[in-house]
Design a protein around this ligand. Structure first.
Ligand SMILES: Nc1cc(-c2cccs2)n[nH]1
Length: 252
């Protein structure tokens, strides 16, 4: 079915990229419905106030409850079931659970995602508590670094989810080989890739890739993936299954 995505934000123009490229095509094919809403539509004071100073003091500003409550009630007013087929609230935050390919798969299986990107200091906790009574709330971090707002995280999460929707990726298989997908290459980073021309600035293609020997090619790719993972992501190494590949080696 079609994935519905709603985003409530004070920077609607930031989400324009969702109208182009991969996500844009998925929308055009009706696999994705994206609705971006300006949070300030639900403010009624002269300055369209959406945030205020934090109770308990401290730096920065916290986003106020009322605009969010009115905005989310309006977005959800399109009617929804409060079961597995209903919406989930996705709250980008550096203090959330890590966004992983596994979570992208989980979210891609839902029919409706409502994103609430906020400023770094966050949204008044009572907003999350209020909606957590009606739907799953995923507080998600896209990495251990601090952005000024959650909009970039919405682009990242939406793209990672959209490419998993059936038919959105031209070659349906390509996400199955993703570094983080299961199998012998599970939890390994992709190694180097090459294409024509066979020589470029005196740089040639590793012989094995031209050999047509699929077993050796697979083995070389696994070794290259292991090298790169050891170098860049030693934390992933203990998770990979060394025996998974040796079985295939024995078959060769
Ligand atoms: N991973 C991550 C999320 C964020 C923010 C979300 C909302 C404001 S800042 N920074 N880093």
């Amino acid at each position: 079915g079609t994935l519905r995505v709603d985003v409530v934000t004070i920077f609607p123009e930031y989400l324009e990229p969702l109208n182009v490229s991969l996500v844009g095509k998925a929308r055009a094919r009706g696999q994705l419905n994206v609705h971006v809403h300006d949070l300030r539509e639900w403010t009624y004071d002269r300055h369209n106030t959406v945030d205020d100073t934090p109770y308990g003091g401290g730096p920065g500003m916290v986003m106020k409850t009322e605009p969010w409550g009115d905005a989310l009630d309006s977005v959800l007013a399109d009617g929804y079931e409060t079961d597995a087929h209903g919406p989930a609230l996705i709250v980008p935050t550096p203090s959330g659970r890590p966004f992983t390919q596994e979570l992208a798969v989980e979210l891609s299986e839902r029919p409706w995602l409502v994103f609430t990107p906020a400023r770094y200091e966050g949204i008044d906790r009572r907003v999350i508590d209020e909606y957590a009574t009606r739907m799953p709330v995923y507080e998600v971090s896209i990495g251990d670094y601090v952005l000024a707002g959650g909009e970039a995280a919405v682009l990242v999460i939406t793209e990672a989810v959209a490419r998993l929707l059936p038919g959105v990726l031209g070659n349906a298989e390509s996400h199955r080989d993703d570094s983080f997908a299961p199998g012998a290459m599970a939890n390994l980073l992709e190694g180097p890739v090459y294409t024509k021309p066979p020589a470029w600035r005196d740089r040639e293609i590793p012989e094995v890739l031209l050999s047509g020997h699929h077993g050796r090619i697979a083995r070389w790719r696994r070794d290259e993936a292991l090298k790169r993972t050891t170098a860049n992501r030693p934390d992933l190494i203990e998770r990979c299954d060394p025996s998974a590949f040796d079985k295939k080696d024995r078959e060769m």
